[in-house]
Structure formats: structure tokens, C-alpha cells
Design a protein around this ligand. Structure first.
Ligand SMILES: [Zn+2]
Length: 248
């Protein structure tokens, strides 16, 4: 398919125009026109770019791309190396941040729920990015933590009373620990996100809402993979998902 056709399809599928984001969502670095083989991964790191080039991919689709609002503008050092590699290989880079977190089926929150067996019941918070749901079979906080560890193949940082029964859960993938201020006021038993900050320990203990940091990468690896799979099925593209390990 043509690059422009893919970009237009993704803009509509992910409702890109509806989000206020820190980085541009869509085509970030332009490569060749014709797209047959797509590679997906969480972050447009040098390692992921090099792996996509080695596979002779036509497009690389990621959740964490380039040009973040807080980032320095000059294209020097590591940024130069990444962009030079993309341009040298004529490889397209597409990045989708909040639109991919939020998509009702293919998004990171939806896919994490699927992995963990959570039943979504609602959304709240900034741009509706926090999801609410329940466990079909309530279990202790300790057992739920172990369930997450086994499912995501990574030991989460878990702060809460081990024996407390978990029924109602709130979650937001990635670096969403700041939302715990609001979530701690909700009628939920625990909050799952990717990363932790110092304050969450005290807030979890004082509010009685358990806090689980299950890994930024670990909670966000499923959305982009589901998106690639969807595109492969829909357009007959070749799709390779690369899960490059990241302990954070
Ligand atoms: Zn993220």
C-alpha cells in the first residue's frame, strides 16, 4: 500500500485529531512510498531502528517516537544517529502516543486488560486515559500481584495490604503514576500503571488503594503489537513485532 494511504487510515482509526499530546502522532520521518513490511515496537531506539533496517522493513511503527515537547530541538548526537539511520534506509517512522493508549480495542489500556483478564467498565481522568474495571474472580492483592508478575513476565513494584481483596481496578499504562492522586479518591481497590514515584508509597498506605507499578515497557508492549496485527490482517501487510527488553 501507499504510505499516504496508511497514514490516513491510522489517523482515522486512532482518532488522532481528538488528542492533545506531547509529540506529533502520525508520520514522523518520511521514507519510501510503497509499504509491504511493517515492524512494530514500543520505542524508536537505535536498537529497534537497526533491527527494522536489518529486516528490510518499509515502515517502523512505535508508541514512543521523536519530537517530544520537552526534548531539545537540535538534531545532534543520538538523535542525529537515529534519524540518519532512518533516512539512509528510506525507512518510514510512524509514532502514536496517547491515541494508542486510548484506542478501545487495540490500545495499550485495552490490551493490558485483555492480558490480565480485567473487564473494563468505564474511563475517567485527563482525556479519559484512566480505565476502570473489575476482576471476574476477586483475589487478594498479593495473589493479584503474582498474577501480574506471571502474565507480564516481570516482577511489579507492589504497595498495598497483601490480604486485601481486589475487585475494582483502575489502570493506565506507561508513566501514569501522577494520576494516582485522583485514583486514590475513587472507589477502587488498586491502581496499575507502569512506573512509580516516591509519593505513591505514602498515598497507597494512607488511602487504602493498592499501587502496582508493573513496568512502563511491560504495560505498553501490547498495543503497538495489536495495531501491527490489525494492519496485517486488514491490508495483507507483512508484520514483525520486536519486543526489545527494557527493565523500566
Ligand atoms: Zn509510554
Amino acid at each position: 500500500m501507499q504510505r499516504q494511504e496508511l497514514e490516513a487510515y491510522l489517523a482515522q482509526l486512532l482518532s488522532v485529531a481528538q488528542f492533545k499530546d506531547y509529540a506529533p502522532n502520525g508520520l514522523q520521518v518520511e521514507g519510501r512510498n510503497q509499504i509491504q513490511h511493517i515492524v512494530t515496537g514500543v520505542t524508536a531506539s537505535q536498537a529497534l531502528i537497526d533491527a527494522a533496517i536489518a529486516l528490510n522493513a518499509d515502515a517502523l511503527l512505535v508508541h514512543h517516537g521523536f519530537f517530544w515537547k520537552s526534548e531539545a530541538l537540535p538534531i545532534v548526537r543520538t538523535k542525529k544517529q537515529r534519524i540518519a539511520a532512518l533516512l539512509g534506509a528510506d525507512l518510514n517512522l510512524f509514532g502514536y502516543h496517547l491515541p494508542l493508549d486510548a484506542h478501545p480495542e487495540l490500545g495499550n489500556n485495552a490490551q493490558l486488560a485483555k492480558q490480565l483478564g480485567l473487564i473494563p467498565t468505564g474511563r475517567c481522568g485527563d482525556q479519559n486515559l484512566v480505565w476502570l474495571g473489575e476482576l471476574p474472580v476477586p483475589m487478594s492483592f498479593d495473589t493479584f500481584t503474582r498474577h501480574i508478575a506471571v502474565t507480564l513476565n516481570r516482577q511489579p513494584l507492589s504497595i498495598g495490604p497483601a490480604d486485601q481483596i481486589v475487585r475494582q481496578v483502575a489502570w493506565c499504562t506507561g508513566g501514569a503514576q501522577g494520576y494516582f492522586h485522583d485514583v486514590a479518591n475513587l472507589d477502587v481497590d488498586c491502581f496499575i500503571t507502569g512506573e512509580a514515584s516516591e509519593f505513591v508509597t505514602h498515598l497507597a498506605k494512607e488511602s487504602g488503594v493498592g499501587f502496582i507499578a508493573a513496568g512502563h515497557h511491560a504495560t505498553e508492549r501490547y498495543g503497538i503489537a495489536a495495531l501491527g496485527q490489525h494492519l496485517a490482517q486488514h491490508f495483507g501487510l507483512q508484520h514483525t513485532h520486536l519486543d526489545l527488553d527494557n527493565p523500566v
